[in-house]
Design a protein around this ligand. Structure first.
Ligand code: SF4
Length: 339
């Protein structure tokens, strides 16, 4: 069983059941998440007998790097393999504010977004919190720098793996562990309404980002089947509730597909949707996912952002990193699995 997914309070409970003092849990948590030791044998301040039962009943997930691509802009993309042979992608990007790591939350995805390479073979399984933590720790080790922020925008729908993603967030931001700032995590979802409400009730300080990509219901349904289950109006209403409950603004990801979603009417409709609550629109020039979706140029993306800004919307064009290493989620895994 994955020991890295356990909260410190659960580790304390574990030691209590074994008749061992609770400070052992503090020591173990520090080995796992601060010193990031991946072998119980090396936890030298734990008694030998403790290390033996831990090793016989628990495992420390590791992310083995089986492929590594380095972009001309310094972005690095890793294909990590877990103990069962399943692979996910993790991307490390350096921004002005430091190193940002894009984490996968599932092996594959069942959401079926048309522009996304991650969903082409459906969902294989969800990752444990410990496996997601292993992505962050390994990416930091390979990149040679501490991680300053994490975005849950890799392979998978984070809210389709709700409990493990919350564990991941809580453990990553625990001050006695990796101690990432709790506002340094962004969770991106295609729009699972019940889970967004569940998340809002927890009042976490992470940034919620909604993959919107179209402002008209029919258009959105044609590229994102989730829109048939949770229609646009319901999703936007849920975002309003999220802002009211958490006090945190919501980000909207909008991938510009030239000629499809970047007209004046699209800008009008998008403005109506995001008006009246704390929001921000992130415009993304699409990476070619190889599914017949044409790539918008940066200029086309900027032109659409200008339309929104002129209408009073808080919109920016995202800097795209790693274009030369196919950094859009799912592409490396797809290419590798297909080969
Ligand atoms: S964009 Fe995200 S939610 Fe949609 S299929 Fe890809 S990984 Fe899944």
């Amino acid at each position: 069983m994955d020991i890295c997914r356990l909260y410190k309070a659960e580790l304390k409970e574990l030691f209590k059941e074994r008749g061992e003092p609770s400070f052992r849990a503090d020591q173990l948590f520090e080995w796992l998440h601060r010193k990031r030791v991946s072998d119980f044998e090396r936890m030298t301040n734990l008694p030998a007998s403790t290390r033996v039962w831990l090793a016989s009943e628990y495992s420390i997930p590791s992310a083995e790097c089986v492929r590594r691509q380095v972009s001309s802009d310094g972005t690095e993309k890793y294909l990590f393999s877990f103990s069962d042979g399943n692979c996910v992608e993790t991307v490390a990007m350096r921004y002005e504010h430091g190193l940002s790591v894009c984490v996968s939350t599932q092996v594959g995805c069942r959401m079926g977004c048309r522009f996304c390479a991650s969903t082409q073979n459906g969902l294989v399984r969800s990752l444990t919190a410990g496996e997601m933590l292993a992505e962050v720790y390994k990416a930091s080790e390979l990149f040679g720098e501490p991680v300053d922020s994490v975005v849950l925008m890799g392979i998978g729908e984070p809210l389709d793996n709700f409990d493990e993603v919350i564990r991941f967030y809580d453990i990553l931001t625990d001050s006695s562990g990796y101690n990432l700032k709790n506002r340094s995590v962004t969770l991106s979802t295609c729009g699972l309404v019940p889970e967004i409400l569940r998340l809002a009730a927890l009042k976490k300080q992470l940034t919620l980002s909604i993959s919107l990509h179209a402002a008209f219901p029919e258009k959105r349904s044609s590229i994102m089947p989730v829109n048939l289950r949770y229609p646009l109006d319901e999703l936007i209403d849920t975002c309003r509730q999220y802002v009211a409950l958490t006090g945190r603004r919501v980000s909207f990801e909008y991938t510009v597909i030239h000629g499809f979603n970047d007209s004046e009417e699209d800008a009008d409709r998008l403005t109506q949707l995001v008006r009246g609550f704390q929001s921000h629109v992130n415009i993304i020039p699409v990476n070619d996912a190889g599914r017949g979706i044409s790539q918008a140029t940066r200029k086309q993306a900027e032109s659409f952002a200008d339309k929104l800004t002129a209408r009073g919307v808080n919109a920016t064009v995202r800097r795209t990193l790693g274009n030369d290493i196919s950094a859009a989620c799912g592409q490396l895994r797809r290419d590798t699995v297909a080969n």
